[in-house]
Design a protein around this ligand. Structure first.
Ligand code: PLP
Length: 357
């Protein structure tokens, strides 16, 4: 008998951060870079208010959200696309632009979905070597061939926590052939405080060959609602619209997103919290001689020396209910990533660092 045969997909599947430790109730999840303080109460109220609408399809164009985004960031509403997480925008870019024999370039240790969606769409993934866990723009430029279609970049980068400054980003775009689409993933941009940092959106909002993605899953605390957006030229957005499913964003997610964007007080509170606790964690990691990135987004990549086994450290934290992120899938040796949690979680994390090291 002949059975339906699926196409061969050899790419590794994405595994998110663990959310439970077997046998442990109320574990503390510091494995997925989610918001430390949850979402704005205004966003929650807006979400709840949509409960009477669940029998109706949502606005497929997410018009109110686009309008709110355009007004907050001074953008052209017609150049915005909204997705079920920024993940979906990355997927649209791969579906719309990639064909067999195309190549994409990703930094060596970058967000895995760039590779996964590229491979699903038949493209070859070329990894550009990093220096000290930082994206190297000249290594990217060396990888460019006639077949290169997209260069993916998260800035700051997950999972390394390092970033390219404004001048490096500009140089990269200037030196890349104009036919190559540069996708800059701004997922953690709101947390960035360093003076030499500029978000992809700010820098390239008028560019014709840059697609910027943003998410509501991080500082806005709406990860479960799956909401993100992209900004690019009208031509690029029109190509992405060709592959966008209808009604990909729910009414609840859209309403919560609109309210979250408007609640600037809440966003500021989150930034302040992240600044304070990032510094505390950074100081403690230095004191313990654990290598890590400078404070940047809402997480740290902890690199242990030979005297210490990351799997053992993971277990010790897990015994005290804290879940960290293993870095095996990213092929980063002997390392773990920790998300900045709420004050109580950060205190416990620091206390455990003192106990374990
Ligand atoms: C760099 C980066 N981009 C995108 C995402 C996915 O975001 P979303 O929840 O909007 O799909 C993540 C999630 O961890 C991420 O780290």
């Amino acid at each position: 008998m002949n059975f339906p045969k699926a196409k061969k997909i050899t790419t590794q599947r994405y595994e998110g951060g663990l959310s439970k430790i077997p046998g442990v109730t109320k574990s503390i999840k510091l494995s997925s870079n989610e918001s430390a303080l949850g979402c704005s109460s205004l966003a929650l109220q807006a979400f709840i208010k949509t409960k009477n609408k669940i029998s109706k399809y949502p606005d497929s164009n997410s018009s109110l959200l686009k309008k709110t985004i355009a007004s907050k960031f001074k953008l052209n509403q017609d150049r915005i696309i909204v997705g079920c997480g920024s993940d979906e925008i990355i997927s649209f870019a791969c579906q719309a632009f990639l064909e067999k024999k195309d190549e994409v370039i990703v930094p060596q240790f970058s967000f895995l979905m760039y590779r996964i969606y590229s491979q699903i769409n038949g493209a070859k993934v070329v990894a550009a070597k990093e220096k000290n866990f930082k994206t190297d723009i000249y290594a990217i430029l060396k990888c460019v061939t006639k077949k290169t279609k997209i260069v993916f970049l998260a800035n700051p980068n997950n999972p390394t926590g390092t970033y390219l400054n404004k001048s490096e980003l500009k140089t990269l775009r200037n030196k890349l052939p104009s036919r190559v689409l540069l996708l800059i993933d701004d997922a953690y941009c709101e947390y960035m405080q360093t003076k030499d940092y500029t978000s992809g959106l700010e820098l390239f909002k008028n560019s014709k060959n840059v697609l910027v993605t943003r998410t509501f899953s991080k500082i806005y605390g709406l990860a479960s609602l799956r909401l993100g957006w992209g900004y690019a030229s009208k031509d690029v957005i029109s190509s992405l619209m060709n592959v966008k499913p209808p009604f990909n964003v729910t009414a609840g997610a859209e309403a919560a997103g609109v309210a979250a964007l408007k609640d600037t007080k809440w966003i500021k509170k989150n930034i302040k919290h992240n600044n304070i606790w990032s510094l505390q964690i950074y100081k403690k990691l230095k004191e313990k001689k654990i290598k890590c990135n400078f404070p940047s987004a809402n997480f740290f990549l902890m690199q242990f020396d030979k005297s210490c086994d990351a799997n053992n450290v993971f277990k010790k934290f897990a015994q005290s209910k804290i879940i960290l992120r293993k870095m095996n899938n990213y092929k980063i040796k002997n390392s773990l990533r920790v998300t900045v949690g709420n004050a109580q979680e950060c205190r416990l994390f620091i206390k455990l660092l003192d106990r374990i090291f």
